[in-house]
Design a binder for this molecule. Structure first.
Ligand SMILES: C[S@@+](CC[C@H](N)C(=O)[O-])C[C@H]1O[C@@H](n2cnc3c(N)ncnc32)[C@H](O)[C@@H]1O
Length: 249
């Protein structure tokens, strides 16, 4: 066998390194998706399977949510963590023809799914937005309502996220959050305690950005929560800017 010189050895090492690097760059992470700064790394593909189960839609009370938010034509709504667009598409219909929905997600395959759904349903006033786990990447000063359904608890730095989010809202803009009741048995099965949040925590974070509670809705609580839909009880709050000069309550 021929001897390998020092120079040859370093070329072999360099070549091997380059081959490994190329393989890693081509293959990417095993799931085919990059890591995102969020508390739940469930992939877009898995979310599609989970969110499109047929019994889920009645549990969302979509028409009632549209009514609670008083959405009207011309409004711009950002649906953060839009999933498969269960809310985005009806929201887009509610604000048409002059309004629009920004369907925001952290996984590109969910955004592709929503765009296809919108096309099938002839919904033209919906735009998809690829955000980051710690930054929604929304346009500044354009949004009337930012909406989260079963999403906000996934954000790692919740107060920091709200501080960024505020810049996307118009002066009269609102932030609506629907979240699982902390102690609901289904919520306890779905998420560890650090990944669940309470309205009291949200109040503190909202106060820090000078927002105050504008309304609470009990459409997902007690007897009102649709039975048989496999969804936990949820609280629903809507916040708006605190008028200048007014002290926090
Ligand atoms: C339980 S699903 C809810 C989907 C949709 N809101 C619905 O109710 O049909 C949670 C969604 O939040 C998204 N998500 C997770 N972390 C996020 C983050 N930091 N920012 C935005 N979306 C996030 C996930 O990709 C997933 O689609």
């Amino acid at each position: 066998m021929a001897a390998v010189t020092g120079l040859q050895r370093s070329r072999v090492v360099l070549l091997t390194g380059a081959v490994i690097m190329a393989a890693v760059m081509t293959a990417g992470p095993a799931s085919g998706q990059t890591q995102v700064k969020t508390r739940d790394q469930t992939s877009g593909k898995t979310w599609i399977e989970r969110l499109e189960r047929p019994d889920r839609i009645p549990g969302l009370r979509i028409d009632d949510v549209v009514a609670c938010l008083e959405l009207k034509p011309g409004d711009v709504v950002a649906d953060i963590g839009a999933g498969t667009g269960a809310f985005s598409i009806p929201f887009a219909k509610a604000v048409a023809p002059s309004g629009k929905v920004l369907a925001q997600e952290i996984w590109p395959d969910l955004l592709d799914y929503i765009a296809e759904k919108a096309e099938k349903e002839h919904v033209a006033n919906l735009e998809t937005v690829l955000g980051q786990g710690d930054d929604p990447l929304l346009p500044e000063n354009q949004v009337d309502v930012v909406f989260f359904h079963d999403v906000f608890h996934n954000v790692v730095d919740r107060p920091g996220y709200l501080k960024i989010l505020v810049s996307s809202l118009k002066p009269g803009g609102r932030i609506a959050i629907i979240e699982q009741e902390f102690d609901d048995p289904i919520a306890q099965r779905w998420d560890v305690p650090e990944n669940r949040i309470t309205p009291e925590q949200v109040e503190v974070w909202m106060s820090a950005i000078d927002f105050e509670l504008g309304g609470t809705f009990d459409i997902f609580q007690g007897e009102n929560n649709p039975k048989g839909a496999g969804m936990p009880e949820r609280w629903f709050v809507v916040y708006g800017r605190r008028p200048p000069g007014e002290d926090p309550a």
